[in-house]
Design a binder for this molecule. Sequence first.
Ligand SMILES: Nc1ncnc2c1ncn2[C@@H]1O[C@H](COP(=O)(O)OP(=O)(O)OP(=O)(O)O)[C@@H](O)[C@H]1O
Ligand SMILES: [Mg+2]
Length: 441
Amino acid sequence: MSSGPEGEVIRVLIVDDIPDTRENLRKLLAFEADIEVVGAAGTGREAVQKAGEVKPDVVLMDINMPDMDGITATKAISTAVRTAAVVIMSVQSEPGYLRQAMLAGARDFLTKPISSEELYTTIRRVYERNEPIRLQEQQITSIATSAVQTSQQSGGVISPITGAGHVIVVYSPQGGAGTTTVATNMATALMRQDTRVLLIDCDLQFGDIDAFLNVQPQLNITDLTKAVNDMDEEIVNNVLFTHGTGLKVLVSPAHPEQAYDIDPEDVKKLVRILSASFDFIVIDTPTQYDQLTLKLFEVAERIVLVCNPTIPAVRNTRKMLDIFDNLEQPGGLSEKILFVLNRVVNERERGRGTVPASSIESHLKHDVVGQIPLDERSVLTSVNQGVPLVAKNKTRSPARELADLADLIRRKVEAEGGEIEEVPEQTDQRSKSGIRAIFGG
Ligand SMILES: Nc1ncnc2c1ncn2[C@@H]1O[C@H](COP(=O)(O)OP(=O)(O)OP(=O)(O)O)[C@@H](O)[C@H]1O
Ligand SMILES: [Mg+2]
């Protein structure tokens, strides 16, 4: 007998409408010390209920069953119990079924009649592959769990026309400034029991939100932009992915060249359509300023402009602010801006070439509304685990500052029914020649 990871027992739920099949599987699995059958179900509906109760590691799922078929049950279980890996058991490997099962979230397939060795190997394989998700779930604290529960209670299904639809675009004209870090954490921190949040990766060529959150959705933004003129709830529900925190995620295309097939106008339309179903849509963007980012700025209620406290970053931000000032839009784009500094070092450690926030404020004539400290270790660990910092411990810096930023945005957009407030202009003339000299302005 081969065994799974040391000391761990793989908990299995058997789902099949034929009692003999359930019994045979149970007997086969009884021989393996590292596998324990924790339940059995005879219908899809029963399977979904049992999976929610016993939280199995692996579900052996038949396809044809009364009341709810195996594909529908797989979809419900994969959304509600992310740590459960579903293995589909079918009479013959029909390509049509396999594709549907894959889209529903199945991890592997077994063709009946199933040999014992094949059964054991497949169970152990999917269990091992699911380890990152188990670790991720362990990291997520109760802060975000309430949002997961709400999402699970509603079956993870998006209902239309229920959201307040605040669109927040996160942008930086400087590559690597921390746009994705800020967008991911802010979106997570905005979630509440009564607040539905969607995070969209609009860095269409090199988006990495899937890596930041350690998710591998089968479908991406292309699948929705293609359907933008004929959108229905089912398509949306199929394409959006639910992270363990409860955050809904729409990832960028799997291959950079697919970005060329996406019309920026369709992305704008898509955001508008989706905003009817969410309270907040947070959008991560690429560095370049182009048709797509321009459309996103137009549709945004707020633009979180991320900047590092370095001279080149501030200079780029200044150029961007000049563009915002000159873009014609009712109310102007610069009024939407919330200016945030990322990778901020404290007074003592400065002197390594970083510029104080006060000088940056004076130079850019924009208040800094958030300062996220530099913390390589915790930011990297969070990315490697696929768990946003704010979902782990909101009280520790830099999660605290990221959560504060989310709170500030919530307050701003919710004040006076989501009316955009004026961002206070700097009235004092702190833009002295010394500062100009530093930034070359
Ligand atoms: N406050 C921080 N402290 C330490 N490291 C950080 C911080 N913010 C971001 N990083 C790290 O900097 C790198 C770039 O961050 P991120 O991917 O969020 O930036 P970006 O602006 O989205 O980059 P890109 O231009 O590639 O899209 C990542 O490795 C991230 O872990
Ligand atoms: Mg990025």
